[in-house]
Design a protein around this ligand. Sequence first.
Ligand SMILES: O=C(O)CCC(=O)C(=O)O
Length: 286
Amino acid sequence: MPISIQKISPAIGAVVEGVDLSDPVPSKVFEALQLAVGEHGVLAFRDQHLTPAQHVAFSRQFGSLETHVISEALLDGYPEIYVISNVVEDGKPKGRPYAGTYWHSDLSYMPVPAMGSMMYALRIPEIGGDTMFANMYLAYETLSSGLQRMLEQLRAVHDFGHADKRFFSQRGAKARLDDTAKKKTPPVEHPVVRIHPTTGRKALFINPGFTSRFVDMTEEESEPLLQYLFQHITQPAFIYRHRWQVNDLVFWDNRCTLHHAIRDYGEDSPRHMHRTTISGDKPIPV
Ligand SMILES: O=C(O)CCC(=O)C(=O)O
């Protein structure tokens, strides 16, 4: 069966059929997927039957893999797999529960952020637990030329601990990031607009989870423009919402998308996912 790549929503995402990810993909298919992920932002593959080793092998075709700083959520024997799970067995959590329940781009808080992530669904709640994805090319392209020009001159600070401050401390919850993980992730700076290395398109590169302020400005000064941009970025017309099925593998491009896991299911609804994270390059400024 030849490979087919069909758009899944007007703004972002495609479904890929005709590929079995349990075997190394031929170089022609690999090249098509590498182009497609930059173009569509998100690629969904249904009904894939993958062991952790096969998941890692497919991911490695796209680059070297990251080991997540939250070491207690790594899969035994497979440190390249970050487990996102609310399952508890014998009193021990099987992974990090309810990760990424805010808009973000994976590892934007690192000096070299992730190129892509591949999440494989092992257990899914009967209802709920979807993931939303937003198109950062469209977010940039739909701004006025004046604001585009201004943003192209700016850099922003990204900080893993910022999500705790923006989303969790206000709700009275305890910090989700411990001191060891914080020490490994001091704040970094990136251009606010980046050029995607395969499509050549400009994408906004800020996110509510990890972007704390613009460089050379205070948080207070940055907040009004950041808030405007966060609202703009996440408007419904720029979004695809993935309803997971067991055995889905979703590959997203962190250079031109944001994503947000929806926490609308409880501890009595098991959700268990494996994620690999593909290393990227330093963001290319305009
Ligand atoms: O669980 C999800 O749907 C996404 C989790 C997430 O945000 C991430 O892996 O970066």
